[in-house]
Design a protein around this ligand. Structure first.
Ligand code: 13P
Length: 256
């Protein structure tokens, strides 16, 4: 059965001191050997190394929020997958709505990044999600299909073992407006069916699909309790241990 993954996307938040305090609190609450669920945090680049050191030996792994697809070289301001791996990261979040809609990343760019991350043996958390206008126009599933097709172009069945999908409806991100459990389950079931159609029933059964968008302690259990929701990608509520830990505990309590 799919193991829950609770991931915290810190986005462009925190400073060294607050990032380390948060990392240490999470590490203390998630000791090594407790493998009921997977826990990951994605700090800003400058804090990857100290956060990795702060969670060493615990059940908390570290991921990056982005990566560049080129090999190391003359790309001012970019960060290679090699460097991210060198910092001890296990995964990279790609295709986040803020990178799509604020930084202008296309499915083609995201796909190059997916391939670059997999080539270095790291996991990918591939985010997909519709705008409010897409939902209102009844286009949610078409948008998800397009993003899945574009982001996963050329990715083999074998490589899918390293991919986690995160469904993040853009209208629910940072707005306090969460998708209802029914809306989340419907999108997740659609995504799982997409995986079955484009890969195999086995890939559909084993690929984790996280929900993201205003996940909080008081809605986490209901969202993650849906049959096709395999964890959460948490933004704002991942910045404070008193909010993130109850979300982790909710997943532990649901462990199937
Ligand atoms: P919020 O939890 O702040 O809505 O952010 C969700 C998100 O974008 C996680 O990647």
């Amino acid at each position: 059965m799919r193991r829950y993954l609770v991931a915290g996307n810190w986005k462009m938040n925190l400073k060294q001191e607050s990032a380390l305090a948060l990392a240490k609190a999470l590490a203390a609450a998630c000791p090594g050997g407790d493998t009921r669920i997977d826990v990951l945090v994605a700090p800003p680049f400058p804090y990857l190394l100290p956060v990795k050191q702060a969670v060493a030996g615990s059940n908390v792994t570290v991921g990056a929020q982005n990566a560049y697809f080129e090999q190391p070289g003359a790309f001012t301001g970019e960060t290679s997958v090699e460097m991210i791996a060198d910092c001890g990261c296990k995964a990279v979040i790609l295709g986040h709505s803020e990178r799509r809609h604020v930084l202008g990343e296309t499915d083609a760019v995201i796909n190059k990044k997916v391939k670059a991350v997999l080539a270095k043996g790291l996991d990918v958390i591939l985010c997909v999600g519709e705008l409010l206008a897409d939902r209102d126009a009844g286009n949610t599933e078409a948008v998800l299909d397009e993003q899945m097709k574009g982001g996963l172009a050329g990715i083999s069945e074998e490589q899918m073992a390293k991919i986690v999908i995160a469904y993040e409806p853009v209208w629910a991100i940072g707005t306090g407006r969460t998708a209802s459990p029914e809306q989340a389950e419907s999108a997740h079931a659609h995504l799982r069916n997409w995986l079955k159609t484009h890969y195999t029933a086995g890939v559909a059964d084993t690929t984790r699909i996280l929900y993201g968008g205003s996940v909080k302690p008081d809605n986490a259990a209901e969202l993650m309790g849906q049959p096709d929701v395999d964890g959460a990608l948490v933004g704002g509520a991942s910045l404070k241990p008193e909010q993130f830990l109850p979300i982790i505990q909710a997943a532990q309590g649901l462990t199937r």
